[in-house]
Design a protein around this ligand. Structure first.
Ligand code: HEC
Ligand code: HEC
Length: 338
């Protein structure tokens, strides 16, 4: 898959205007669109979240599809998962809940990306948002988890994170009659590892952010984007950003090299392409947090991944487009944490 996706940006790089070349580029673009469709179809999300809104639009915009409404879920499991996500007993010393690093009221991540490690030490990666994580084909910056349950187990066990394990958490919960009753109502049995992980994953699958202005535009509301924002999307396509950032999450469905042409950031060379959903509220950027603004991230991306030096005006136009990707949770737009 890496070899296949590596080819795609190369197809977009030919900027010549001579007509023979232009014909070739058009042919290649059509061919690469076909690849994109194959890629988007074969790499499904970690958890199937197809709802009524998940149908792809027709035509050239099919490389990106709108975020669906959250899938139906058992309300008892959902409520239990939400409670657990906010429960500090999920860390060894009862100091950290999932929500300590993943703020659901703002952006699903946090504002202080670097110093949140359990032991106060430096974390190797910035916090990823849990919003729309269920739509990624693999989880974490390196894409090293296939399921939400596996990722949760690792968050619990990671010494730099919650430094506990499922058995220790279960033991603590067993001593709390209120939560034991809640497990019995939802799963028909007291807490155990599979119900614990399932409840959290059920909650995470509900954390989708539909109804961004861009998604409304994809669904046919042509007034949802200004001419500048539409121009930004056109640039995003013609430059070849879309060859890596595509699918329902505008990323999250491929592995790619970082620094294809020029050095980009510290950290591993191969990463899961990150989602650009809600990207305007998720600064700082890159796995090492080295880009403080979206403007800086887009400039460095174009140079490192596409060998293109963009003008400030082009960057502003793309940033205007990226700002239309902010979606809603419970009807409220995501925002930057205070
Ligand atoms: C100490 C801060 C911290 C805590 C607490 C924490 N996380 Fe995270 N979370 C992170 C960081 C940092 C990453 C990125 C890790 C990586 O890429 O290796 C991450 C990544 C994730 C992702 C992957 C998102 C994606 O798009 O791939 C999910 C899902 C997630 N966390 C869920 C949870 C859950 C569930 C809990 C509670 C059991 C939790 N996290 C607790 C910091 C934290
Ligand atoms: C060859 C694949 C590829 C291409 C082409 C590409 N990107 Fe990226 N993009 C990535 C990868 C991989 C990362 C993660 C880099 C890192 O964290 O070190 C990334 C990260 C980003 C980020 C930061 C996201 C975050 O949450 O930190 C933004 C913004 C971004 N890209 C925008 C763009 C734009 C705009 C273009 C076109 C000018 C583009 N990308 C072209 C692969 C690509």
């Amino acid at each position: 898959m890496i070899a296949l996706t590596r080819m795609i940006p190369a197809l977009f790089r030919n900027g010549s205007t001579r007509s023979a070349d232009r014909r070739r580029v058009l042919r290649q673009t059509r061919r690469s669109r076909a690849w994109l469709l194959i890629v988007s179809v074969t790499l499904g999300p970690v958890a199937s979240a197809a709802g009524p809104g998940a149908l792809p639009p027709t035509g050239t915009d099919a490389a990106i599809t709108p975020v669906p409404q959250p899938p139906p879920a058992d309300p008892l499991k959902l409520a239990l998962g939400e409670r657990l996500f906010n429960d500090r007993r999920l860390s060894h010393d009862d100091k950290l809940a999932c929500s300590s690093c993943h703020d659901i009221l703002t952006n699903g991540a946090d504002s202080d990306h670097r110093n949140t490690a359990h032991d106060g030490s430096y974390m190797p990666f910035t916090v990823l948002s849990v919003f729309n994580a269920a739509l990624n084909f693999r989880l974490n910056w390196q894409g090293n988890f296939r399921t939400l349950e596996g990722q949760t187990r690792s968050s619990l066990e990671n010494p730099a994170n919650m430094a506990t394990n499922v058995d220790e958490v279960q033991h603590k919960l067993d001593a709390d009659p209120g939560i034991v009753r809640q497990f019995e109502a939802a799963y028909g049995r007291p807490p155990d590892p599979s119900s614990l992980l399932d409840a959290i994953a059920t909650y995470e699958r509900s954390l989708l952010t539909p109804d961004s202005r861009f998604d409304r535009w994809l669904r046919g509301d042509k007034a949802a984007l200004s001419p500048e924002e539409q121009h930004g999307y056109a640039l995003f396509q013609s430059l070849g950003c879309i060859s890596c950032h595509q699918g329902v999450n505008i990323g999250g469905n491929l592995y790619e090299r970082q620094g294809v042409f020029h050095r980009l950031a510290s950290g591993p060379k191969i990463l899961r392409v990150p989602s650009l959903r809600n990207v305007a509220v998720l600064a700082p950027y890159f796995s090492d947090g080295s880009a403080p603004t979206l403007h800086d991230a887009v400039r460095r991306m174009a140079r490192a991944q596409l060998d293109q030096t963009l003008t400030d005006e082009q960057i502003d136009t793309i940033v205007a487009f990226l700002k239309t990707l902010t979606g809603t949770y419970h009807g409220v737009l995501l925002r930057v944490p205070p």
